[in-house]
Design a protein. Sequence first.
Length: 276
Amino acid sequence: MSTITFWSPFAGTGCTSSTLISAYAMALHYRTRVLLVNAGLAGTGTEAALPSKDTDSADFMFSFEEGGWDAIERLHSSGSLNKHNLRDYTKPLLKERLDFLTGRIDEMERSPQEHGETVKKLLNVANEYYDLVLLDADHAGVDSQLKLQQADYVVINLDQNMRNLELFFEEILPERMNNKNIHVVINKYDLHSRATLSNIKRQFRYKGTISAIPYTTGYLDAMNRRDVARYLQLESLTEDKDIRKGSFAASMSELARLIMDGAGMRTVLKRLERGA
């Protein structure tokens, strides 16, 4: 029903991290079906934070033994890709809530036009089955512009680098993003920096939604261990009464809520009751 693209005009601002955080938060907190897509090479992007196929665990539920994207290209070429067979080529990250389309293993060159047509067809089909389709658009990726064009809603990833903030709010936003529904997220957020959310909004007269994901050592370590899935599920179990404002768990929940609201999804989906 909605395609959400996570994008940043700058390198190293946590775009992949916020894509993963949002995918798990929305799938865990809402009655929604989410598809996370890696349209690049296998093992890159969001896939790099999840267990590899050579994990030691024999019963690990999402071992990436084949490229889901390769299958999508074959189905698209044959004219047989549809909402009924798409899910057969995805990996379940959270049963009945979050599926993952893994990246391309086949390194045969595709023309930008061929790749673009496959992306468009995939999104059309995926939106017939899933409530939300999430794309991580690498700022330097050849298809980042295509992912932005196809998005119903864009999550802009920034940090507290004031030069980057000035460039985004004063030039990039008015020139490239004014016609888009967007949410701004500040990653690796330092509560003690003068570049607070309120100061950013005030200085740049920004009227849209903005939130932050704090720098968290535990999350960084989970990324390095390829254990993000477990870490995010444990964070989501934090009781509401124990969530501090500005904590990772609170920020994770707030980001999901703001994206759901911005994409118009909370008007048609009910919030999960804890333990339901």
